[in-house]
Design a protein around this ligand. Structure first.
Ligand code: FAD
Ligand code: EPU
Length: 339
């Protein structure tokens, strides 16, 4: 039986620390609870928000609807052979705790995704990525709950249509399903991924010359701690914008006009630009407007120094977007879900 709370403050449920209220709020831990909730009249006519760790959300106002906080737990090995292991993880498990569990078992594949806040259930929503790895690289399948019929059904990797910070969950299935578990395919003889230059440099600095997955994880954690704001100290939701993709022709023109442009060649011929560089060139890095600001070490992170409202954060983001558009003719897409 799910307990519904009314007028629930959400400050401790979002890493931007927005002081907003949900008109209805509940926590679900078992499949029965979710299914019972869906078929009851408690959700009738209500806007729904499925909540994990709240680390990719910006609340601009109180939420008039039902927040469903997913808190199921459990990690289970489904099958394994000498090389691979398939692990099913409940959506409510903490992502970094799961990474640590894999390191302990010696299962490779997600060490480059260390220290990303949030839950396992959210990891496929925007196909979390960092340091050359994305969740799609280890994703096997997921169990979804249809939010209308309450039916539990599987989805495979191909059907998820993963892209850069994108998946079917942000498109056709947006607002229609709850991710209930994710099954990952991990390696028992891990191939470590060091092509992101900064990892190799950090491993050398640490004196780890023959690195394994724990070393890679330690290096990633060090790099992240050195430049990303810690949500326990300063409200933020990681990168506020995605890195934009443009055609090779446009990138050549931009490179001629701005020789310092930071860009990466993509396999499809297009080019990805470092949004942090674009924002820094527009002189936003480190600025502060009231309690809203741009992180001094990473211009892609917009931060809440204390009592900024969601609207103040959003206004700053829109001003940044506008100036990058004016200076570079590049539109930055928001990565954060604005509610
Ligand atoms: P929430 O913020 O709770 O939700 C995000 C979205 O997913 C919402 O639309 C929500 O409705 C939906 N959702 C959540 N759970 C479910 C579910 N079970 N079923 C269906 N929908 C659901 N992201 C990266 O990709 N790479 C990074 O390197 C990275 N670094 C970060 C660093 C910091 C300091 C912070 C604060 C954020 C960072 N992020 C990064 C963003 C964030 O951590 C990820 O997007 C993460 O997956 C969000 O998880 P969450 O549980 O907090 O999701
Ligand atoms: N840069 C600047 N100024 C800045 C920030 C970055 O010039 O203030 C330039 C630098 O040249 C730097 C390059 O941009 O070398 C790339 O910066 P960084 O390695 O910090 O990565 P990012 O592209 O800014 C992306 C992800 C992060 C992920 C890191 C590491 C996006 C939107 N962001 O950031 O993910 O952790 O790479 O792989 O793709 C997130 O999604 O929330 C997130 C934090």
């Amino acid at each position: 039986m799910v307990t519904i709370k009314y007028n629930q403050p959400l400050t401790s449920y979002n890493t931007f620390r927005m002081d907003v209220i949900a008109s209805s709020f509940c926590t679900v831990r078992t499949l029965d609870e979710v299914q019972e909730l869906i078929v009851s009249d408690k959700l009738a006519g209500k806007q729904l928000l499925i909540l994990g760790g709240g680390s990719n959300l910006l609340f601009c106002k109180d939420f008039d609807g039902m927040v469903i906080h997913v808190q199921n737990s459990g990690i289970r090995v489904l099958r394994e052979d000498e090389d691979e292991v398939f692990v099913r993880v409940a959506a409510g498990e903490n992502w970094h705790e799961f990474v640590l569990w894999c390191l302990e078992k010696g299962y490779g594949g997600i060490e480059n995704l260390s220290l990303i806040p949030g839950t396992v259930g959210s990891s496929p929503i925007q196909n979390i990525g960092a340091y050359g790895v994305e969740v799609k690289d280890v994703f096997d399948s997921a169990e979804l709950i249809d939010l209308k019929s309450a039916i539990l059904y599987p989805i495979d990797r191909e059907a998820c249509r993963f892209g850069y910070r994108d998946s079917i969950f942000k498109q056709e299935l947006k607002g229609k399903v709850m991710v209930w578990s994710v099954t990952f395919k991990l390696l028992k003889n891990p191939l470590i991924q060091l092509e992101y230059g900064a990892i190799r440099e950090e491993l050398n600095r640490m004196g780890r010359l023959n690195p394994g997955i724990k070393d890679v994880s330690d290096a990633v954690c060090n790099i992240r701690r050195s430049k990303l704001p810690d949500p326990n100290e300063t409200g933020n939701a990681g990168s506020f914008f995605k890195n934009p993709t443009i055609s090779a022709e446009r990138s050549l023109l931009l490179k001629t006009a701005f020789p310092g442009l930071v860009s990466y060649q993509l396999p499809d011929g297009n080019v990805k630009l470092a949004a942090g560089w674009l924002i820094e060139q527009c002189r936003w890095k480190g600025i502060r407007r009231g309690d809203a600001g741009v992180h001094p070490k990473q211009a892609l992170c917009i931060v809440n120094y204390g009592n900024a409202t969601g609207s103040e954060i959003l206004e700053l983001a829109e001003d940044i977007q506008q100036s990058v558009l004016e200076q570079f003719d590049v539109l930055l897409d928001m990565e954060v879900n604005v509610i």
